[in-house]
Design a protein around this ligand. Structure first.
Ligand SMILES: Cc1cc2nc3c(=O)[nH]c(=O)nc-3n(C[C@H](O)[C@H](O)[C@H](O)COP(=O)(O)O)c2cc1C
Length: 191
């Protein structure tokens, strides 16, 4: 059975990227129903001290980082949505990623990825999405597709966790349908 992992790259308890991930996971569930298992990570479960070489030397790598690496390795495919903080990834995600890379430099384990971003602004996290998708191959991430949702407060229904903007809803639905199909047919595989 396929294992699909949702990963909101935000530690906010009200994360709009977590809402987008949950929406995307539900869409994937409709396509794959009994053929896949789904779970969504919470970055708060992997909170660690800021990475520091001397800390690593003195105390080793925290167990949370090991668990994060294990969870990614366990998944067959990932659906990530990045919070954009000052044009880049959130410090919460970067710290976990840095610690994880000390265990396994191929942080994404060769897994196929759908990378998304949303923000209340007009660019919809375009910068973090570009940076993260360009960098993914260096960490053995196979980017299947990207999706950005601008103006979150107007384009997303928080109650129903659904996209209100018709064009954007169609764009994501099409991407996820192709992703589900490819995973189902084994056209995209992790190592
Ligand atoms: C420190 C900080 C920096 C931010 N920088 C950006 C930015 O560069 N671009 C942007 O579109 N939104 C920016 N925002 C607004 C975030 O997009 C907004 O807080 C969003 O809710 C973050 O996603 P999350 O809810 O999933 O954590 C910033 C927010 C914070 C707190």
């Amino acid at each position: 059975m396929l294992k699909i992992l949702g990963l909101p790259a935000s530690n906010s308890d009200q994360s709009i990227n977590a809402m987008l991930v949950r929406h995307a996971v539900r869409v994937m569930q409709l396509h794959l129903n009994a053929k896949a298992e789904f779970s969504v990570l919470d970055l708060n479960d992997f909170e660690m001290p800021i990475y520091k070489p001397e800390r690593e030397k003195a105390e080793g790598i925290p167990l949370e980082a090991r668990e994060f690496v294990r969870q990614i390795g366990f998944a067959d495919a990932l659906i990530i949505s990045f919070a954009e903080h000052n044009g880049s990834v959130s410090a919460a995600f970067k710290n976990i990623f840095d610690w994880a890379s000390r265990i396994e430099p191929k942080v994404y384990h060769g897994r196929p990825l759908v990378m998304m971003a949303t923000s209340p602004g007009a660019r919809g996290g375009a910068s973090v999405l570009e940076i993260s998708s360009m960098a993914a191959p260096f960490f053995e991430g196979k980017v299947f597709g990207t999706f950005s949702l601008p103006n979150f407060n107007e384009t997303f229904d928080r109650e129903r966790e659904d996209i209100l903007d018709a064009d954007k809803a169609k764009e994501l639905a099409s991407l996820l349908k192709r992703f589900a199909l490819a995973l189902n047919e084994g056209h995209v595989e992790g190592d």
